[in-house]
Design a protein around this ligand. Sequence first.
Ligand code: TPP
Ligand code: MG
Length: 276
Amino acid sequence: MPKVVHSKIRELESKARVIRRHIVEMTSRAASGHPGGSLSCADILTVLYFHKMRHDPKHPEWPDRDRFVLSKGHAAPALYAVLAESGYFPVAYLKTLRQIGSSLQGHPDMLSLPGIEMTTGSLGQGLSAAVGICLGGRIDKKKFRVYAVVGDGESQEGQIWEAAMSAGHHKVDNLTVILDHNKLQIDGKVEDIKGVQPIADKWRAFRWNVIENVNGHDVSALIGALDKAEKNSGSPSIIIAETVKGKGVSFMEWNNSFHGKAPSKEELERAIKELE
Ligand SMILES: Cc1ncc(C[n+]2csc(CCOP(=O)(O)OP(=O)(O)O)c2C)c(N)n1
Ligand SMILES: [Mg+2]
């Protein structure tokens, strides 16, 4: 894999800032949504959609495309922003987030918007779907990869571990999961509510290739980790991405009150200034 040039890294970093602006604008306009967990995975989704994944917004059903499943479906604003910026639909449509009749519902709906591979929002389910898509690809002798983003709070769901066990057992090596390890869930610290540590050891025990201590806001680190995962064969891979909930907006970082609350008009203005 050729080294990614400096200018490409800068380009991705500036794209991630655009994605963050969309997230705060969209949720503020809708006066609802989940900005914190969307901002924490903004760099991950940016690297996937604008660097790593093979996909074609003009042909969302292209059979050989890589697939993405947002298992932590409440981060839908981040997904809608990368889909719009990729060209799946006009950027102006982002304004309709959470409006009645819009395809941009609070959680992603695969039946209402091209580019969405799986309907998610009920935590724990997306990973099982991702494993199923991988197994389907194997049966069809397809070369595509499947990427899924899982939350750390979401990792308390039993279904995550059923999917993990299946993928490990079946050596599903066309799957890369990125754990958005922001240490917070809906109303507090993951470790206070129901601890998931030692998280890397758990995945290893389920026979996964674990790539840990990756800075989930460092574009080059993410690219390196995704490349490593792709080269691995014989087991599924998980990248433990160390992230900050609310990343990019000072008063939202590590602040759980923005898990499911939109910025006010005044907060939006401050956020946009910081993201320029
Ligand atoms: C099955 C299920 N239970 C509860 C919820 C409500 N809920 C939405 S987000 C969330 C917290 C998720 O925490 P985490 O996975 O860490 O997400 P992040 O910190 O990345 O926002 C909860 C409990 C849900 N969507 N699905
Ligand atoms: Mg979390």
